[in-house]
Write a protein that binds this ligand. Structure first.
Ligand code: NDP
Length: 249
């Protein structure tokens, strides 16, 4: 029988757009309580209102920059009581910034990617796993990438950040062997979200060119895989899922 997640609390970062938002809809449809995090508060609130209305679930939003590691450390005890038992953690917020070759890398972009894609993921995991260890239950669903297992031209900043996040996910899985805490690394290929506009810093033509001729994945395709991992019977740990667009190399 699939694992029942109804009533469990799911914390999703990067929930104001793209994959995180799609995950919020999927988990709400299953009857989960949600903690939704991103910087754009209006977006989070609009999403929360929609989820409450469609699925009658409890939703709490936190507008914050996930690079604020101290704020992350304080978060578990600052959440309203009803949301404090986070069972499923989806530290999904992340970005690629720029496609420069190594000799032209912008160091501030590299730092932003490492702070967002790596340190924030480590900090959320560090903050929310002590309670999971205490209860001997929980699921960490990391949003890695094909860039976490392969590297490519123009990815000198992004790929190392995702490789680090991928290694962290694998290390976490080993740390929790013998417990009921499961770890999953989702490795999406090309997903049509705001991701590309962020990467190309608002250059719409270049951002769109990425998806030409490959019929990209949609955010819900990734959310489907996240939900699949979350709902397997307890003895099944979906360690990683590499999910590509069918026509992507
Ligand atoms: P989007 O750009 O559509 O969404 C990114 C989300 O992350 C937004 O909600 C954004 O919210 C949030 N975010 C970014 N920086 C911060 C920050 N400093 N503080 C708080 N929130 C932040 O991208 P996707 O949905 O596509 O990406 C989600 C994850 O999936 C990322 O980790 C990405 O690396 C990964 N991924 C994406 C792929 C793709 O092709 N799209 C492929 C493989 C992996 P806000 O701006 O409101 O803060």
């Amino acid at each position: 029988a699939p694992y029942k997640i109804a009533g469990q609390t799911v914390l999703i970062t990067g929930a104001s757009a793209g994959i995180g938002e799609a995950c919020a809809w999927r988990f709400a449809a299953e009857g989960c309580k949600l903690v939704l995090i991103a910087r754009r508060q209006e977006r989070l609130e609009a999403l929360a209102a929609g989820l409450r209305q469609h699925y009658n679930v409890a939703v709490h939003t936190v507008a914050m920059d996930v690079r604020d590691l101290d704020a992350i450390a304080r978060l578990p005890e600052e959440l309203p009581e009803e949301f404090q038992e986070v069972s499923i953690l989806v530290p999904n917020a992340g970005l690629a910034l720029g496609v420069e070759a190594v000799h032209q890398l912008r160091m501030e972009d590299v730092r932003t990617m490492l702070d967002t894609n790596v340190l924030s993921v480590v900090a959320f995991t560090r903050a929310f796993t002590p309670a999971m260890v205490q209860r001997n239950a929980g699921h960490l669903i990391f949003m890695s990438s094909i860039a976490g297992v392969e590297a490519y031209a123009g990815g000198a900043g992004y790929c190392p950040s995702k490789h680090a996040a991928e290694a962290f996910a694998v290390a976490a899985r080993h740390d929790f062997v013998g417990t009921n805490i499961r770890c999953t690394s989702i490795q999406p290929g090309a997903v049509k979200t705001e991701f590309s506009m962020v990467r190309y810093k608002g250059d719409e033509a270049k951002a769109d060119a990425v998806y030409q001729g490959i019929h990209p994945l949609l955010a819900q395709d990734i959310a489907d895989n996240v939900l699949y991992a979350a709902t397997r019977p307890l003895h099944v740990q979906v360690a990683s899922l590499l999910v590509l667009a069918s026509h992507q190399s």
